[in-house]
Design a binder for this molecule. Structure first.
Ligand SMILES: [Zn+2]
Length: 351
């Protein structure tokens, strides 16, 4: 047992032994002896491996499904979400984004700036920002159902409810789930509740920075596949283990977040997981530029022994590296900090 902290006993942990995506057992060390930075009262140190066959990273040994909840006692999802509105930034930026969302995705958001699409898409990464805002979901036909898996306090569902979707959520964290329920959202909290839902119930499912928390990501994706109607779509985003920041900051790369992030993907390994779960086709969402945002700043703060949640602005070589990383991501999305994919079930399913 590698874990030596006094917050975890061997009974709290399970060994994994093989890749959660491809079941391969050949592996190299990804990191070793990294502490949980969010919960210093659980002073275990964690190790992760990288599958040599498909490049997926995974924590091993790791908390079990039963014990993992203690890692979420303090989490950013424990605050009330915003209101039932499209969630636009103030001023001209919001009006330009409205124009982009209306033009590209068919919404009818009021106040859109004439020719605002030029402004919204002219910003580097602007198309990716707009895609993220609605997770590439087109304006719904009446009655279209959306499930957000890992819906947190329901902020995204409230946004999409205001844009015409019939929304439901799944959130295992009880504090976050009760905040969502308090906003009048239908939220289930148990995996068994998802399993009990009928086949083909949803037109779309979204999963934003959730899959890396799953003990069995392929099984979760397969559940999504089953819950989607034929031709329905799954939007999934997660940190990219092949990102420039992962190379630059190593064990201090903030998205490693041990041991909450149990499985870390590359674009290719996430596609492999989606295919294994039954999805017929996979597209990439337009790239977002996040190196210059919180990811590199938090990683540099970790490296320098500072609070990663309140990092100082990037400076010097770190700032240059972040700018270079974002510029490179515009031309090579497989090196961006984040993976965002849109998978569809296909229309001919063996049901
Ligand atoms: Zn693998």
């Amino acid at each position: 047992m590698v874990v030596d902290g006094n917050g975890w006993t061997p009974a709290d942990l399970e060994s994994v032994g093989s890749c959660p995506v491809c079941a391969g057992t050949a592996r190299d060390r990804l990191y070793e002896g990294v502490a949980d930075r969010l919960h210093p009262e659980h002073p275990g140190s964690w190790s992760a491996w990288r599958c040599t066959a498909c490049a997926t990273g995974y924590v091993d040994p790791r908390p079990t499904v039963e014990t993992v909840g203690r890692l979420y006692k303090r989490y950013y999802t424990h605050e009330a979400g915003s209101g039932d509105d499209p969630g636009l930034p103030p001023g001209i930026r919001g009006r330009a984004l409205a124009a982009e969302l209306n033009g590209r995705f068919g919404y009818q958001i009021a106040g859109a700036l004439p020719l605002g699409r030029l402004l919204a898409s002219a910003r580097p990464g602007g198309r990716g920002m707009a895609s993220q805002h609605v997770r590439d979901l087109r304006a719904p036909a009446p009655g279209s159902r959306l499930l957000d898996v890992g819906c947190s306090n329901g902020w995204f569902l409230r946004r999409m409810r205001s844009l015409g979707w019939a929304v439901e959520g799944f959130e295992p964290d009880p504090v976050a789930a009760s905040l969502a329920a308090g906003a009048g959202l239908d939220v289930v909290t148990e995996a068994a509740d998802l399993d009990a839902m009928p086949d083909g119930r949803f037109d779309a499912i979204t999963m934003c920075h959730v899959i890396e928390h799953a003990h069995n990501p392929v099984a979760l994706l397969a559940t999504c596949w089953r819950l989607l109607r034929p031709g329905g779509s799954l939007w999934v985003s997660t940190p990219n283990l092949d990102a420039a920041g992962a190379r630059r900051y190593g064990n201090n790369w903030a998205p490693l977040d041990p041991p909450r992030h149990l499985v870390l993907f590359t674009p290719a390994s996430l596609r492999r997981a989606l295919s294994a779960a039954g999805f017929a086709s996979v597209q990439r969402s337009p790239v977002t530029l996040q190196a210059g945002g919180w990811i590199h700043a938090s990683s540099a703060a970790l490296r320098d022994g500072m609070d990663e949640h309140a990092p100082p602005p990037l400076s010097g070589p770190d700032r240059t590296a972040a700018r270079r990383a974002d510029l490179a991501a515009l031309f090579r999305a497989s090196g961006a900090e984040e993976i965002a994919l849109i998978a569809t079930t296909g229309t001919l399913q063996g049901r």
